[in-house]
Design a protein around this ligand. Structure first.
Ligand SMILES: *[C@@H]1O[C@H](CO)[C@@H](O)[C@H](O)[C@H]1NC(C)=O
Ligand SMILES: *[C@@H]1O[C@H](CO)[C@@H](O)[C@H](O)[C@H]1NC(C)=O
Ligand SMILES: *[C@@H]1O[C@H](CO)[C@@H](O)[C@H](O)[C@H]1NC(C)=O
Ligand SMILES: *[C@@H]1O[C@H](CO)[C@@H](O)[C@H](O)[C@H]1NC(C)=O
Ligand SMILES: *[C@@H]1O[C@H](CO)[C@@H](O)[C@H](O)[C@H]1NC(C)=O
Length: 626
């Protein structure tokens, strides 16, 4: 007989619940237990004032709570990636970068998770450095090559300058030599052979530079790195080709097999005629089957001799026999001005200097304002009102009406507005904003709100109610996602100098300014520097005395954060734990720009032997100190 269960004397029928309820109960019980054992996975894990006080008394600091690992499983730290450290900044490149807190992935408080580096498709140019010519001319050419490398690098490509050495490695080089070509055609073939040796990618003339917004359709297509057909752009003549290794070498073979090359005496006139046609010999030897022709090409400016002669007379006149070096230098200045102007034209709303909680934080914006003023300054140019060859309807810079610079208390996500943000370490921000030279636990508890900077910076974007986690993720997107990263620059308040701006923007920023604003051509001189932005309305303008105090606090904070003194480390750590989201934002921004610097530095080292390297163009050397 079955046992009769009773509760309070009443019989109870015990029945196993249906399966779906079993599962549900299981989950509920599991979660309840997890919560009891490990606490809720929320901001409750952010240390309380008591924790913070404790941490001051106790030199051994508690580990940062693993907020996003509620079940507390121990995990191995992911292996440290190569070249993922620069100074104090450390990072880990991973698809999980949108996690609010990096330490839940890296298990290292100091290592920020960044998105994987974008793959830069290679773009090649051919430069025959062997020819005999003046040192001045070679130097001027190297400056142009540097400008070419910088512009393509800034647009997300991997620019490489090739020479005869690469061509000689191509197995087809010998078959070309046997033909004993006329030097004019030979150079064209060698250029292709060098490309064929390197393989899939883009071949550009070094006077073909990208001049368009980052999301220009041609540049976006080229950045994808997949070129199913060997193609050239009609309007750019022989300025740009792209294709895959096999297709490139097939095209070379076809060209070498042409009967025109095999009896030169007979065909010399025909070859001359082909060479005079648009695009030159190589292009005209190939049929459309082998070399496709595309029509959209407004993203690239090609300074071929026709355009120079027809559009830039001042430069063309100098590019003659005796003043060629001078002509090339003028051309370099002209190209730089066009690159700069193209950048200015992409942001008609001007530049916003982010200044959240603007009282007492003016010193944090000095560096950003300095950069913004240089960016909005009119570029020096031998022909100030000229437009690049690909954008005849550009809007030249007029120094009486420079691009607008404004202070903004909140980050605004607009593609026509360029944002320069300065991310302060929470220690820096606390001492400046709250005007306090020494920060203690009780001061934090009584006076400081958590994550002040990030809340203010994202208030317009996310309202007043969102949690710190949401804000951090949005902030990371603003810094690192391709859409917004091309219209913003993020500095950290603790880094005093910026070495890489030319490579971020793709042109050389003006470094000097005229004091009166009248610069007379033909000898280009510096333009007038635009004034700093007006103060925010309703915000008290700091007097000189307060500015001095702010600067001093900023300097003290920089030293404090770098300090290896145990007591100071403890205080900085306490402030970091009080401001988890602000700290994460700061680490992310710091790692983001550090990785960018390292990527560039490695690249420059690899290319240092080749034409167009900074060292060869009379730049660089010792600029890399962190
Ligand atoms: C990058 O890493 C490689 C291999 O780990 C090393 O040889 C190289 O020196 C590093 N470069 C820099 C710039 O740190
Ligand atoms: C090239 O053409 C000329 C004139 O037609 C002819 O005399 C000569 O034999 C040809 N040479 C070769 C190598 O075919
Ligand atoms: C230099 O000028 C002379 C005469 O004007 C011309 O014959 C020669 O081809 C020129 N040289 C170059 C390299 O352009
Ligand atoms: C900015 O706006 C674009 C589209 O308007 C959106 O895709 C992107 O996520 C926004 N970025 C941020 C950080 O809000
Ligand atoms: C901006 O230009 C000034 C001179 O006008 C120069 O001293 C400063 O170094 C420049 N800053 C940057 C970041 O280019």
């Amino acid at each position: 007989m079955p046992i009769q269960h009773t509760i309070f004397g009443r019989p109870v029928r015990l029945r196993v619940p249906p399966r779906r309820f079993q599962l549900l109960f299981g989950i509920v019980i599991f979660i309840t237990f997890s919560l009891i054992l490990f606490g809720p996975p929320s901001s409750a894990d952010i240390p309380t004032v008591e924790d913070v006080k404790e941490s001051i008394k106790n030199p051994k600091l508690p580990k940062l709570p693993s907020v996003y690992n509620p079940f507390g499983q121990s995990a191995h730290q992911p292996p440290v990636q190569a070249n993922s450290t620069s100074g104090d900044a450390k990072w880990f490149s991973d698809w999980k970068w949108r996690n609010p807190f990096s330490s839940s992935i890296t298990l290292d408080e100091n290592r920020a998770v960044l998105p994987p580096l974008n793959v830069r498709p290679p773009i090649y140019t051919f430069y025959d450095s062997g020819k005999k010519q003046d040192v001045d001319i070679t130097e001027a050419e190297n400056r142009l090559l540097l400008a070419w490398r910088r512009a393509w690098w800034a647009q997300g490509f991997k620019p490489q300058v090739l020479g005869r050495a690469e061509a000689q490695k191509n197995p087809l080089y010998e078959s070309m030599q046997r033909l004993d070509l006329d030097p004019k055609f030979e150079v064209e073939m060698v250029r292709w052979l060098a490309w064929g040796h390197m393989g899939t990618g883009i071949l550009a003339n070094w006077l073909a530079l990208p001049m368009a917004t980052y999301d220009n359709s041609l540049l976006t297509y080229l950045r994808r790195g997949e070129y199913p057909k060997l193609t050239r752009i009609e309007s750019l003549q022989n300025g740009i080709f792209f294709g895959e290794k096999q297709a490139i070498n097939d095209a070379i073979k076809k060209a070498l097999e042409t009967p025109l090359f095999h009896n030169k005496t007979e065909n010399v006139d025909k070859l001359e005629a082909l060479g005079k046609k648009d695009g030159g010999v190589m292009v005209n030897l190939l049929d459309k089957e082998t070399l496709d022709i595309d029509t959209k090409g407004d993203g690239v400016a090609y300074y071929d001799s026709n355009s120079i002669v027809s559009k830039y007379k001042v430069v063309a006149e100098k590019l003659t026999n005796t003043t060629q070096a001078e002509g090339l230098s003028l051309l370099a200045i002209l190209i730089n001005s066009h690159l700069h102007m193209t950048w200015q034209n992409s942001f008609p709303d001007g530049i916003a200097i982010l200044k959240p909680l603007p009282e007492h934080t003016t010193a944090l914006t000095f560096e950003a304002i300095d950069i913004a003023r240089n960016l909005t300054q009119c570029p020096t140019s031998p022909i100030p009102a000229s437009c690049p060859p690909n954008r005849p309807k550009c809007k030249p810079c007029v120094s009486s009406h420079p691009l607008n610079i404004q202070l903004l208390p909140h980050f605004r996500n607009t593609s026509t507005l360029y944002t320069i943000g300065t991310v302060p370490h929470p220690y820096t921000f606390t001492t400046l904003r709250l005007q306090k030279d020494e920060i203690t636990a009780s001061f934090l508890r009584r006076t400081a709100e958590r994550d002040m900077w990030l809340f203010a910076a994202t208030e317009e974007l996310l309202g007043a109610a969102s949690a710190g986690e949401t804000r951090v993720v949005r902030f990371k997107e603003a810094v690192a996602s391709p859409h917004t990263s091309s219209h913003s620059l993020w500095l950290t308040a603790e880094r005093e100098s910026q070495v890489d701006l030319d490579w971020i923007y793709g042109f050389h920023l003006p470094q000097e300014a005229a004091d009166d604003g009248k610069s007379e051509t033909p000898v280009p001189g510096p333009e007038r520097r635009p004034p700093p932005p007006p103060p925010l309305e309703g915000v008290l303008k700091p007097d000189d005395k307060e500015l001095v105090t702010e600067k001093k606090r900023l300097e003290t904070a920089r030293a404090m954060i770098k300090s290896t003194d145990k007591g100071r480390i403890r205080i900085v750590d306490m402030v970091e734990k009080w401001n988890l989201a602000d700290t994460e934002a700061w680490r992310f921004a710091r790692a983001w720009s550090a990785r960018r610097r390292v990527e560039r530095r490695k690249w420059e080292e690899e290319e240092s032997k080749f034409a167009g390297a900074e060292a060869k163009a009379g730049q660089g050397g010792g600029r890399w100190s962190d």
